[in-house]
Design a protein around this ligand. Structure first.
Ligand code: CTP
Ligand code: CA
Length: 224
């Protein structure tokens, strides 16, 4: 069906989406990041908007334009993404975490570019853990309906099922990477308390629309 003819499943609701990678500075010219084009998250934001939701997209650095009608908040580091999400989450009934958040950041950020020095070997960079945004939102006293994503490189079913339980979220979307990075299509599997089943494969926007329908059905069943 063409999106315009679909019923407005999310009318009157706010959907908060994280997307893209985060960038963790080492110094003014260097940093650590994760692989993510942001395409899946932007497709999810667009699909939620098509379904009638007010959509806030908290995005790390990507090359993508904001989807039409979507409010984008641009961030760089995981800590900035965490802060932006915590500012926005009170208004949201649904939180969809597609971002590839860097798990660690350099323990100290150098104010000046670090120079190579003759005779010195490569530097060692001490890391510290970033906050887990999805787990923090799921642990709020009145959390929105939380949906996580997991890109695994092996044992998808095992890792994704465990991750859903560990983060305490009702729904987790698994995709088998890393060959999906930057591509327009994807293969997704849904994990919930009852087990797992395929959502489908193909174009990321088509999958995003299916996911939004799936979330709407779950909200309805839960009387939310
Ligand atoms: N996530 C998050 N904040 C983090 C790390 C992850 O919000 N600091 C979210 C991601 O956006 C995704 C889900 O948690 O929706 C799973 O991310 P993933 O990196 O697969 O899980 P981790 O718990 O970090 O486990 P690992 O990287 O060790 O597989
Ligand atoms: Ca991670």
């Amino acid at each position: 069906i063409v999106a315009a003819f679909q019923p407005k499943l999310f009318k009157g609701r706010t959907v908060l989406v994280t997307a893209g990678p985060t960038f963790e500075a080492i110094d003014p010219v260097r940093g650590l990041t994760n692989r993510s084009s942001g395409k899946m998250g932007y497709a999810v934001a667009r699909a939620a908007r098509e379904a009638g939701a007010r959509v806030v997209l908290v995005s790390g650095p990507t090359a993508l334009p904001a989807p039409h009608g979507v409010q984008r908040v641009e961030v760089s580091s995981a800590q900035e993404m965490f802060d932006a999400v915590m500012t926005q989450v009170g208004a949201a009934q649904v939180f969809i975490a597609t971002a590839a958040v860097a798990d660690w950041r350099p323990a100290q950020v150098h104010a000046q570019k670090q120079k190579k020095r003759e005779g010195e070997g490569a530097p060692t960079i001490a890391l510290q853990a970033n906050p887990d945004i999805l787990a923090a939102v799921a642990a709020l006293p009145q959390p929105p309906f939380c949906v996580g994503f997991a890109a695994e490189s092996e044992k998808l079913a095992e890792h994704a099922a465990a991750k859903r339980v560990r983060k305490n979220v009702p729904l987790l979307v698994g995709n088998l990477g890393p060959d999906t990075f930057g591509r327009d299509d994807n293969r997704l599997e849904l994990f919930d308390a009852a087990g797992h089943h395929p959502l489908g494969s193909g174009d990321k926007l088509v999958l995003a629309r299916k996911l939004i329908e799936e979330i709407a059905a779950r909200l309805e069943r839960a009387g939310l």
